[in-house]
Design a protein around this ligand. Structure first.
Ligand code: JFZ
Length: 484
């Protein structure tokens, strides 16, 4: 018979196996296992840096590297998968890929132009790929020769991005892939002593690069880690735990999501007790939570591609390409459940943002210029979700924002308020002199139901501001407290 400990380990491995890609949410049944390398903290961070993170609303992700030169094509062959994974494609000669940097001469790269465009879209933070899985560094790392310095372009790209975005008031976070196909010590698993030895070099190299980034770029607000799922890395619970603490010591206030390290049972995102590891849940990738229950009261971000699945530049976008209205809806939906929405861009090999993305930044920006109150400094409202759209609540004024996407044929929007709450004011965010007729349609111990009558069906997502007679929505506050 298996002893209980083995059962527990088996349980953890099964969780590990099924959890990450499908649903990195908390385990259903909480346990209370002694952990040396589990979560560092229970509940949310309340310091100024994290409070700032919490109110961003919209972010920009940029995937840029030598893969952008190929754009999914090589020697007449075409790779329809994610462009930045080109090197892993069977038909792609590895030596050709590893020499692409010799062509990296980003003549059209202009960090100021990127940052101004991001600002016009309404982004309040950005995440930049310092190094993707291929290992090519966009900064002059002294720990490898495979960097921007060796390319014809030569100049430090990370520095230019950080300086330009910071100048626009946009906070910069560094994407860093632990997977490194270029480092001789990198392994996916450690089966032999020789592999273990090689991996020790890789661990030192990784730690050095991370400390180097923080030292070279003190304006960095945080890391957005990736490529941490290999068994070799998952088994380094003690090392990654101390490394995280070292990084935080270099840059107090540093923000690190849940995709960095595993506990000693190999659990990632949430440790074996179900507690979030890191400052926010980093598992919502190209998908959104369905309900507020899915996020367990945690901070979280959603990173999203415009086409189905392309992060780096691909010359052909296949499948459904999202419209600005869909993206605005995803942003409103994220904020209504307390998360940030981060939209990805893949500049081409010369550093130009593609025209389709430029068009979207303009459309999202036009909307945000009028309606940003609904998504900046806002979060979960504590009111019932309605079919017409999403409700957010200002973390500063307590005002509610009804972000309307689907107007019913009778143009009557349902709204449910909690007991003790009443409608004080209801007006169009774009033009506060426009108010709306309302009708109380139900009342019981759980609160009042209303119809809000629109005069016409808007052609763009419409925001209605609601001021209530009881601004302090106890339920939202209590909900968050209960979860932290
Ligand atoms: C990773 C990368 O492999 C990809 O190239 C891109 O950089 C993206 C942002 O991150 O891809 C992932 C990582 C994790 C999941 C899915 C795709 N996941 O947990 O579902």
């Amino acid at each position: 018979m298996l002893c209980p400990n083995l059962f527990f380990l088996l349980y953890c491995y099964l969780l590990l196996f099924f959890s990450d890609v499908q649903f990195p949410g908390a385990i259903a049944q909480r346990s209370s296992v002694y952990l040396e390398h589990g979560a560092h903290r229970l509940g949310k961070r309340r310091d100024a840096a994290m409070e700032q993170w919490r109110i961003y609303g919209l972010g920009q992700f940029i995937h840029w590297g030598v893969y952008a030169i190929a754009g999914g094509h090589w020697n007449g062959k075409y790779y329809s998968g994610a462009a930045e994974w080109l090197r892993s494609w069977n038909e792609m000669p590895k030596a050709d890929y590893d020499n692409l940097y010799k062509q990296f001469d980003a003549k059209n790269f202009n960090a100021t132009a990127w940052s101004k465009q991001a600002k016009a879209m309404g982004a309040r933070y950005m995440i930049f790929t310092t190094k993707h899985h291929d290992g090519f560094c966009l900064w002059p790392s002294k720990y490898t020769d495979y960097t921007i310095t060796a390319s014809p372009y030569k100049k430090d790209i990370v520095k230019q991005v950080i300086d330009a975005y910071s100048k626009e008031g946009i906070d910069v976070y560094l994407y860093f892939s632990i997977i490194d196909w270029n480092h001789p010590g990198y392994r996916t698993s450690l089966k032999t002593e020789a592999e273990k030895k090689a991996y020790e070099d890789f661990k030192t190299f990784t730690a050095n690069q991370l400390k180097e980034l923080l030292t070279l770029y003190p304006k960095t607000k945080g890391f957005w880690f990736d490529g941490i799922w290999d068994a070799a890395w998952v088994q380094q619970a003690g090392f990654t735990d101390s490394l995280e603490m070292e990084l935080r010591a270099v840059n107090p206030g540093l923000i690190i999501g849940s995709r960095f390290r595993a506990d000693e049972y190999g659990r990632r995102h949430f440790d074996s007790n179900g507690d979030l590891m890191g400052d926010y849940e980093q598992g919502w990738e190209r998908k959104l939570p369905k309900t507020i229950e899915d996020v367990h009261g945690n901070d979280w971000d959603c990173v999203m591609t415009v086409p189905e699945n392309q992060w780096g530049y691909h010359s052909e976008w296949k499948g459904h390409v999202k419209s600005s209205v869909e993206l605005i809806e995803m942003m409103a939906r994220s904020v209504s459940m307390g998360g940030n929405f981060v939209l990805n861009f893949g500049p081409d090999g010369k550093g130009a943002i593609r025209p389709e993305e430029t068009k979207l930044t303009k459309e999202i920006g036009d909307w945000a210029q009028v309606n940003n109150e609904a998504v900046y400094n806002a979060g979960y409202a504590g009111l019932d979700k309605q079919d017409w759209g999403y409700i957010t609540k200002s973390r500063k004024t307590g005002n509610y924002y009804l972000v309307v996407f689907n107007v019913p044929v009778n143009k009557a929007l349902r709204l449910k308020l909690l007991p003790g709450m009443g409608i004080k004011k209801l007006y169009d965010l774009e033009n506060s002199s426009i108010s709306f007729d309302t009708e109380e349609i139900a009342k019981d111990a759980k609160g009042s139901g209303y119809f809000i009558y629109l005069k016409e069906t808007p052609s763009q997502p419409k925001v209605i501001v609601l001021e209530t007679t009881d601004k302090e929505n106890k339920s939202a506050v209590e909900y968050q407290k209960a979860k932290t």
